[in-house]
Design a protein around this ligand. Structure first.
Ligand code: MN
Ligand code: MN
Length: 295
């Protein structure tokens, strides 16, 4: 990998580490999710760029939750909270997540996801296969007597692309695809005491630009210009657009753009059996001595 690019990945990781520290300090029962989200995103924007909206997914929600405009929900004692945050420097991304159960120190789901990810990190190297690496993850998680979420996966990262071509599922698969020097991957391990699958839920608050298409509403055109200019091909939150127009018009514009295939939407993902879900994620540059940019 080009040295200048590697340095950008490392810089993004450094900011992500600090953002996680701040998030751990600020995450308490009674705190409003929107205040927490704005504080952490504000910190990231001061130091680098946001790669995607902070995901705050609680209990049986596994991923893709972020506060709505004027969201008034608060963290509650006992919540199993996943914080997933992203930083980018010139489009080179650090994608990382941790879990906390508010008011509880030793949670088996969290421990299982952390240990499985650590085993992945300890074993990843050029030449290792997806077969070998997914087997490690699933075995560690099962050794705790819990399940992985089988339809969620780690993924490769590319410039301004959060989900690159490579997928590393949370279940053992037979792929002989080999990791190679310079691959950048965001490995994430999801554990659950439910059925081991997520399904799509609603409403959606996270979107991403996919391709241009003809649009009818004037607001759609204005909002799309802003999206392409500011967020390029990275995910963004509905609440980031709140100052552009009224909530009703914003809603209609986003609907039109989804229907026209201009935007991809990321509905919240919820555990199928309403089990609790924990997540741990780090960004890794694959080499003989891998660089964990976010740890
Ligand atoms: Mn993530
Ligand atoms: Mn990820």
């Amino acid at each position: 990998m080009d040295k200048a690019i590697e340095e950008k990945y490392i810089k993004a990781g450094e900011v992500a580490k600090k953002a996680k520290e701040l998030a751990r300090q600020e995450l308490k029962a009674g705190v409003k999710l929107i205040d927490f989200a704005e504080k952490i995103e504000g910190f990231i924007k001061k130091e680098a760029g946001l790669a995607f909206p902070i995901n705050i997914s609680i209990n049986d929600f596994a991923a893709h939750c972020t506060p709505d405009i004027n969201d008034d929900s608060v963290f509650k004692e006992g919540d199993l909270v996943k914080i997933d945050l992203g930083v980018q420097v010139d489009g080179y991304i650090a994608d990382t997540a941790f879990s906390v159960k508010l008011g509880e120190k030793n949670n088996v789901l969290i421990k299982a996801s952390e240990d499985a990810l650590q085993e992945f990190i300890d074993n990843i190297a050029p030449g290792k296969t997806i077969d070998e690496m997914t087997k490690i993850v699933e075995e560690v998680v099962q050794s705790y007597g819990v399940k992985t979420v089988k339809n969620l996966a780690g993924h490769s990262l590319e410039q301004y692309v959060q989900h690159g071509g490579l997928s590393i599922p949370n279940m053992h698969i037979n792929s002989k695809h080999q990791f190679k020097e310079g691959d950048v991957i965001a490995m994430e391990v999801f554990t659950t005491n439910g059925e081991g699958f997520v399904i799509e839920s609603s409403p959606t608050f996270i979107y991403m630009f996919v391709r241009p298409n003809a649009l009818r509403l004037n607001e759609s055109k204005i909002i799309l210009n802003k999206i392409v200019d500011q967020y390029k091909t990275l995910p963004f939150a509905k609440r980031w657009l709140k100052d552009l127009t009224s909530p009703v018009k914003l809603h209609m514009a986003l609907r039109e753009m989804v229907e026209r295939g201009v935007l991809h939407e990321y509905p919240p993902l919820r555990e199928k059996g309403r089990g609790l879900v924990a997540q741990t994620e780090e960004t890794i540059i694959v080499k003989d001595k891998p660089i964990i940019t976010t740890k």
